[in-house]
Design a protein around this ligand. Structure first.
Ligand code: MF3
Ligand code: CO
Length: 251
């Protein structure tokens, strides 16, 4: 069952989303060569707690940290570590989830560390635009897979690939609600989108092949071919006026 939210519930979802957006601003300002992913994790956790928000990932199926910090060929679920100092020319995908007043916001962004190569700049731009292409399909009357299809079409036209093994999701009082939202597939399938649905749309894009592996720690997801990967995610509400991004800084 897809849980639709009332106007009042959407206001709470926006409060959660805004805290997550502000946490990303903090991350953006912190990222520089030499900083460790654990330092970023600790700063985000402090920020969230100061805002009376509860980290959504910590303890989730035993996940040990507040953020996921996934460097270069790591696709998602990289565990922050004091041993992982960011290097010039790298990329890091930072995923942040938080509960405020019982509702969850979830957003991921891939940041360059210093100057990155032209090819990586293209990968970053395509990943971000793929998210917005998906969001643009989150309108009343469309079907769920119209989102999936828009993402895949756009990404593959650049010769990049879309990760199949991890998907976006409904979100609300739980971080993960129905439906699952693949980033690939034919259009016109799945449930019809309705006002009040809230979706975490989160394409994961590999520069090479779509295959991934999970490392021995049972969390870290890497590309099988070692190619670099980006991850862009927003929590979005479907409204009569179109998609409303709940995890953006500005209205
Ligand atoms: N954005 C990711 C998701 O939707 C973050 C989950 S990380 C986890 O699943 F550690 F909480 F699993
Ligand atoms: Co998510």
């Amino acid at each position: 069952m897809i849980i639709r939210k009332s106007a009042e519930e959407l206001r709470a979802m926006r409060r959660a989303g805004l805290v997550v957006a502000r946490a990303h601003e903090l991350v953006r300002e912190m990222i520089r060569p030499g900083i460790t992913t654990l330092q970023i994790d600790q700063a985000v956790e402090e920020f969230l707690r100061r805002e009376n928000a509860v980290p959504a990932f910590k303890g989730y199926h035993g996940y040990p940290a507040t953020i996921c910090a996934s460097v270069n060929e790591v696709v998602v679920h990289g565990i922050p570590s004091a041993d992982k100092a960011l290097e010039e020319g790298s990329i890091v995908s930072v995923d942040i989830g938080a509960f405020v007043d019982g509702f969850c916001g979830d957003s991921a962004w891939t940041y360059p560390v210093g100057n990155v190569s032209e090819e990586v700049q293209v990968l970053l731009r395509v990943g971000e635009e793929a998210l917005y292409r998906g969001i643009a399909q989150a309108v009343v009357g469309n079907r769920l897979s119209d989102i999936s299809h828009a993402v895949q079409q756009y990404v593959e036209s650049f010769g990049f690939s879309v990760v199949r093994d991890f998907v976006g999701h409904g979100i609300g009082r739980q971080m993960h609600e129905e439906p699952q939202i693949p980033n690939f597939g034919p259009p016109g399938r799945g449930p019809r989108l309705k006002v009040g649905m809230t979706l975490a749309i989160e394409p994961m894009i590999n520069a090479g092949g779509y295959q991934v592996d999970v490392l021995q720690d049972n969390w870290t997801v890497v590309t099988r071919d070692g190619s670099w990967s980006v991850h862009f995610e927003h929590t979005v509400a479907i409204t009569d006026d179109g998609p409303r991004i709940l995890t953006s800084l500005q209205e």
